[in-house]
Design a binder for this molecule. Structure first.
Ligand SMILES: Nc1nc2c(ncn2[C@@H]2O[C@H](COP(=O)(O)OP(=O)(O)OP(=O)(O)O)[C@@H](O)[C@H]2O)c(=O)[nH]1
Ligand SMILES: C[S@@+](CC[C@H](N)C(=O)[O-])C[C@H]1O[C@@H](n2cnc3c(N)ncnc32)[C@H](O)[C@@H]1O
Ligand code: SF4
Ligand code: SF4
Length: 308
């Protein structure tokens, strides 16, 4: 059984923010659309119950995110508890704790990991993330490749900062045996006219056209209709995926994700505000599975494509 929203979009994956906390300070961070101050976080048992119920409603994939998911002390317990209910359990992380956590995370049941790596130059990396941890993250990526493959690198491309490093990163991906995701800077509509956005937005459409010409093969993913390009390099074939969401109606028309905030609310869309449906209160007041299913269905009914 899979549930569809009013726009005919199947909801097959959950994107769960485990915390608002983070040990980095990336200046461009959208914080997964979490614009609240609440400190409350779902417990491992609550996350397990949510995922168990969702798995009966067609959720097959779960993405753990944050803030930074690995700053939670109970991250291994969370992974262990939810893996039995999902086919694809992945995490997006800044990589700062992957050196020590890759093996235990894999043993706990994590299938794969996406690691944010916006630059290979220490000074640029620090300007973007606010921390001097490039070497630590690179060591973490090496460990992740051993235990959590396929590993994806997330490079958010920003004008004047790292837009000149795209080719270096493609080579690095081929050499390291990881998939590269080139991500366009994202912001809600009302922010697109700000000086910040104008200064850093680097459109990826021309890059995509270049990749199209160079590719020996291209594929299209069902989710967001994202394109993947297979690019020959001196180190072998690099797999490059482009995440180009801004003003992209196709991207939103193929959005299959429901989001969950760290304080226990469904969130229907990354870029929307005031789209939160509380379920933590019901969970904590002893709601039955049937009552929680109704809240889940209500959230799905409220989903709407952002760019249309
Ligand atoms: N607008 C928008 N952006 C998204 C959405 N999902 C992911 N992104 C962006 O895509 C980038 C990569 O996200 P990841 O957390 O690595 O996950 P993913 O690539 O979407 O998922 P997998 O490919 O399945 O691992 C991030 O910068 C997100 O901001 C979405 O539903 N809407
Ligand atoms: C919000 S982070 C959370 C997970 C983890 N802390 C990390 O950095 O990977 C998820 C992904 O969103 C990306 N991201 C954050 N803000 C963004 C923005 N404004 N535009 C595009 N991507 C963004 C990050 O680079 C990261 O790859
Ligand atoms: S590491 Fe992730 S959550 Fe933390 S500030 Fe950077 S993008 Fe945001
Ligand atoms: S509707 Fe569009 S902007 Fe909103 S979460 Fe889905 S893909 Fe992202």
């Amino acid at each position: 059984m899979v549930l569809f929203d009013r726009f005919g979009r199947p909801v097959t994956n959950l994107r769960i923010s485990l915390t608002k906390d983070c040990n980095f300070r990336c200046f461009f961070c959208h914080r997964e659309g979490q614009h609240f101050n609440a400190r409350l976080e779902l417990t491992p048992a609550e996350i397990e119950r949510l995922v168990r119920i969702a798995s009966h409603l067609g959720i097959k994939k779960v993405k753990l995110t944050g803030g930074e998911p690995t700053v939670r002390d109970d991250i291994l317990e969370i992974v262990r508890r939810i893996k039995p209910y999902v086919a694809d359990l992945s995490m997006t992380t800044n990589g700062s704790r992957l050196k020590e956590l890759s093996k235990p995370l894999a043993e706990a049941g994590l299938d794969r990991v996406n690691v944010s790596l916006h630059s290979l130059r220490p000074e640029v990396y620090k300007r973007i993330t606010g921390v001097d941890m490039l070497d630590t993250v690179l060591e973490g990526i090496d460990e992740a490749v051993k235990y959590l493959s396929p590993v994806k690198l997330n490079m958010t491309v920003m004008k004047g900062l790292n837009d000149g490093e795209i080719w270096d990163m493609i080579e690095f991906a081929a050499k390291t045996g990881v998939i590269l995701q080139l991500i366009e800077l994202e912001a809600p509509k009302e922010m697109t006219q700000t000086n910040f956005f104008r200064k850093y937005f680097f459109p990826l459409k021309p890059v995509e056209q270049k990749l199209e010409e160079m590719a020996i093969e291209t594929k299209e993913r069902q989710m967001h209709r994202r394109k993947k390009y297979f690019i020959p390099t001196d180190h072998g074939i690099a797999e490059v995926e482009v995440v180009r969401s801004m003003h992209n109606t196709m991207f939103c028309a193929n959005c299959t994700r429901l989001r969950v905030t760290s304080n226990g609310k469904f969130k229907t869309c990354l870029l929307r505000k005031n789209d939160l449906i509380d379920f933590a209160t019901a969970l904590r007041n002893g709601a039955s599975d049937e009552e929680l299913i109704e809240i889940f269905k209500k959230a799905i009914r409220l989903r709407e494509p952002y760019w249309k």
